[in-house]
Design a protein around this ligand. Structure first.
Ligand code: SF4
Length: 628
């Protein structure tokens, strides 16, 4: 792999490199990239991998290679502390002045060199307080900020601009490309060589970033920030004009989002997470409230566009300007942007996008996503770069790169495939139970529950049980909890990193989880000796993005099931099963409960792509494996 990367760095172009688990693919691309002596951008699927490369692989290479090079990592702005916001809180201005986490952040701010919240282990992942001090683009004052020079974001950019190796993640890579024109966005330094690790995720992440999205949360945040400049005394609202505009904004937002919900799900209940396709017709039902909301945003925009002029004299006579004009202008800009996006979304007129409403907890999102990201990937990576390496443990289907090539629009590319270093023959078995009902039948969950119990008794817990839906997860969990004494953890009970910590710390734990644990989770050793998957992970054709992609393939005369749905599910299954063997000494059982692997014609494609572990069909073989 290192030789293939070195060759592509020399002659330019695209390399597709699949390197199974344990091959050391990170070092295989880092070594030739560093030896090339030109700036290289590395993009990873997760922040975890970013940190692993920066804190583990780079120092090891610095010692081993004996040549000087500099490296840095960049994350999205929201990961960094905003010193200006912290200053305001320290002056007693802001909603979070009494927050329990403020002293922790204050104390850390003095000693941190990066301002990256990942250093703050005591701060829970999903704590709302962080948004009160984070360096988001929407609230940044840019060069007008009194702390601009010591700002962690400014420093991160300066470090990156002076580094040979810049490690980003796909979210940042896409966000950067999406906001390139905006001075306050993310700014990755110019670079002509990129290595995209975990490249199988690029389609999904580009889909998220190159669309439009408007939510009730986004408008609530805008309303809150507008109110904040009044309560903080930044603007004077003597005649309550701003207060009335905010009230109108909230009222119209509520009316619009409840119309939107009613038009797309009726008055019935929906699952905690659901997406429903939106069309110009369905959105027609919200025309009136959308126009009113748009009008309310107009008022905020024009009020704040006029304000700096009013305020200018006062600022000058105070002799201080803490970026007040900028804050006011930023609010006007935000209101205008939200209004423009609302109009684009409400028209739902661009055929290149699929429009949908997403319900998530109490959030209602009106979104548009690109149906085909290949042009975006071409413009973002392939055309801009002299060299692009796309690598992952799972890039091929049926032994070929055709699927990833077609999804990402890659024509000319060199290819290299390296099998896993692990000895699956010895280290694992693959258990496919003989008698399981059809996964769409009512008794599937009960049968799956029974199988899970029998398998876990033989593995003595120590397992990930991965589901394609919450409904089956909950049903199987309820059955398993009655029959097993092992500690059972379930996704949603705690943040992901905490669940993993508990899983590692408590012997014989069993973790029940859905899609987010299928990828990027690393548990080495005995604690994880079994991975059970309930169903083949087909993306639901009821999902608007999947449905739009199926329609697009069909419209071009293709076979969406064979060309898209099966390959996508194969890659997801490989990722899920890939959680088990992470080290040469790891051993364990993989189990797939879905009978379609054996009963359907396409099942053979799945079986052929599974890790080359011996297939077993009886629980006695599972028992024998663990008694060896
Ligand atoms: S430049 Fe922006 S992010 Fe940095 S401290 Fe100032 S307001 Fe915060």
């Amino acid at each position: 792999m290192a030789a293939a990367v070195a060759r592509i760095f020399e002659r330019g172009g695209v390399l597709l490199a699949e390197a199974g688990t344990g091959t050391g693919k990170t070092l295989a691309y880092l070594v030739p990239a560093i030896l090339n002596r030109e700036r290289v951008l590395i993009s990873t699927g997760t922040k975890n991998l970013q940190e692993q490369i920066f804190f583990k692989d780079i120092p090891a290479l610095r010692d081993a290679l004996g040549i000087p090079f500099t490296a840095t990592y960049m994350k999205g702005r929201a990961n960094y502390l905003c010193l200006h916001k912290l200053d305001r809180l320290n002056e007693g201005v802001g909603m979070a002045v009494n927050d329990v986490f403020l002293p922790i952040v204050r104390e850390w701010a003095i000693r941190t060199e990066t301002g990256d919240r990942a250093e703050l282990e005591d701060l829970p992942e999903d704590v709302g307080f962080w948004s009160e001090v984070s360096a988001t683009a929407e609230t940044c004052l840019g060069t007008e900020c009194p702390r601009y020079d010591d700002c962690f974001v400014t420093q991160m950019r300066q470090r990156a601009a002076a580094s040979d190796v810049v490690i980003v993640n796909h979210h940042l890579l896409c966000a950067d490309a999406a906001v390139r024109q905006n001075a306050y966005g993310e700014v990755i330094p110019a670079c002509s060589r990129v290595i995209v690790d975990e490249a199988h995720q690029i389609e999904d992440i580009a889909t998220q970033y190159f669309g439009y999205s408007l939510s009730n949360y986004r408008i609530d945040e805008l309303a809150r920030d507008v109110e904040r400049v009044v309560t903080a005394g930044i603007v004077d609202d003597g005649n309550n004009e701003i207060a009335r505009a905010v009230e109108r904004l909230r009222d119209h937002s509520q009316a619009f989002f409840s119309d939107l919900a009613f038009a797309h799900r009726g008055s019935g209940r929906v699952k905690s997470e659901e997406r429903v396709r939106a069309t110009p017709e369905s959105l027609g039902q919200t025309r009136e409230t959308a126009a009113e909301l748009s009008g309310a945003l107009d008022v905020i925009e024009s009020t704040f566009t006029l304000l700096p002029k009013i305020r200018q004299n006062e600022v000058d006579t105070d002799g201080r300007d803490d970026g007040i004009k900028e804050q006011i202008a930023a609010l006007a800009r935000r209101a205008g942007e939200v209004r423009d996006e609302l109009r684009v979304l409400q028209r739902a007129a661009d055929d290149a996008y699929v429009y949908f409403v997403e319900f998530r907890g109490r959030g209602i999102f009106l979104r548009a996503a690109p149906i085909d990201v290949s042009t975006i990937v071409r413009e973002l990576l392939l055309d801009r770069m002299h060299t692009t390496v796309l690598t992952s443990a799972t890039l091929t289907v049926d032994g070929s790169f055709d699927y990833i090539r077609s999804r990402l629009g890659i024509r000319d590319a060199a290819e290299v495939r390296l099998p896993s270093e692990f000895n699956f023959e010895e280290q694992a078995i693959l258990y496919l139970p003989r008698r399981m009902p059809d996964p769409r039948s009512d008794n599937f969950a009960t049968a799956a529950g029974r199988e899970v119990i029998e398998i876990l008794k033989r593995t003595r817990g120590r397992a990930f049980v991965l589901f394609t839906s919450y409904a089956t997860l909950r049903a199987v969990q309820a059955i398993a909890e009655m029959a097993l004494d092992y500690p059972i953890l379930a996704q949603g009970a705690a943040p992901r990193s905490q669940l993993l910590k508990q899983f590692r710390a408590r012997p014989h734990s069993v973790l029940f989880a859905t899609s987010s644990f299928w990828q990027g989770v690393d548990v080495v050793g005995d604690a994880l000796s079994c991975v059970i998957i309930d169903k083949l992970p087909f993306a639901s054709p009821a999902d608007p993005i999947t449905a739009a992609r199926i329609d697009a393939i069909r419209a071009c005369g293709g076979d969406p099931f064979g060309e898209y749905q099966v390959p996508l599910a194969i890659l997801a299954l490989q990722q899920g099963l890939g959680r088990l063997i992470r080290h040469r000494r790891d051993r364990g059982v993989l189990a797939v409960l879905d009978p379609r692997l054996r009963t359907k014609g396409y099942g053979a494609r799945f079986v052929a792509s599974l890790p080359p572990a011996p297939l077993v069909y009886d629980l006695s073989a599972v028992e024998a494996f663990f008694s060896d």
